[in-house]
Design a protein. Structure first.
Length: 177
């Protein structure tokens, strides 16, 4: 592995976050808290009882901010905990503020991972019973974001919004990956 893979991750992650923010532009404040389908399987672990756009965006902020910090401090063989830093979004419900926090979280995360050297990228650790390298976990973080972006897409469609197409990134002059 080399820093080329890290550059690929940062490029793709930045595009994905920018697209997430762009796709949420037409969603109204009331729709952020709307639960189009309400049944016993609409939950996210034991921490969120009902999924809506607000809870998904908050979840991305909480998880990604936690993971970027943990990855910068993890040592070989450590176990990193699940995110429990929900206080950073506790009283934040306004869409504009949530999107600003998501953008800020991603920028700080990118700044952090750009400082990682080969040793840090190859550090092995455990998370929820699985072993990862830091680089492998960054790709898991990317896919985690995409998974929840897909849930946001589905909620938007249920509310009558047609989200922007996947891979139609706003910036087309940059090499992706």
């Amino acid at each position: 592995m080399n820093t080329t893979e890290l550059n690929r991750f940062t490029s793709m992650y930045q595009h994905q976050v920018a697209q997430t923010i762009k796709m949420l532009e037409p969603v109204t404040e009331s729709q952020y808290s709307e639960i189009p389908i309400d049944n016993e399987v609409m939950f996210m672990g034991s921490r969120v009882n009902k999924i809506n756009i607000t809870t998904l965006v908050k979840h991305l902020i909480v998880a990604e901010s936690h993971w970027f910090v943990e990855l910068s401090e993890v040592n070989e063989g450590d176990t990193i905990p699940i995110p429990k830093n929900a206080e950073i979004v506790k009283d934040v419900n306004e869409p504009e503020t949530l999107l600003h926090l998501l953008e800020k979280t991603s920028k700080l995360g990118i700044e952090t991972v750009r400082t990682f050297d080969e040793t840090q990228l190859n550090t092995r650790f455990n998370f929820v019973g699985q072993q990862f390298t830091v680089m492998g976990f960054l790709w898991m973080l990317y896919s985690h974001h995409g998974y929840h972006k897909g849930q946001i897409d589905q909620l938007m469609r249920q509310m009558g919004h047609m989200p922007i197409e996947y891979l139609e990134y706003e910036t087309t002059s940059n090499l992706i990956g």
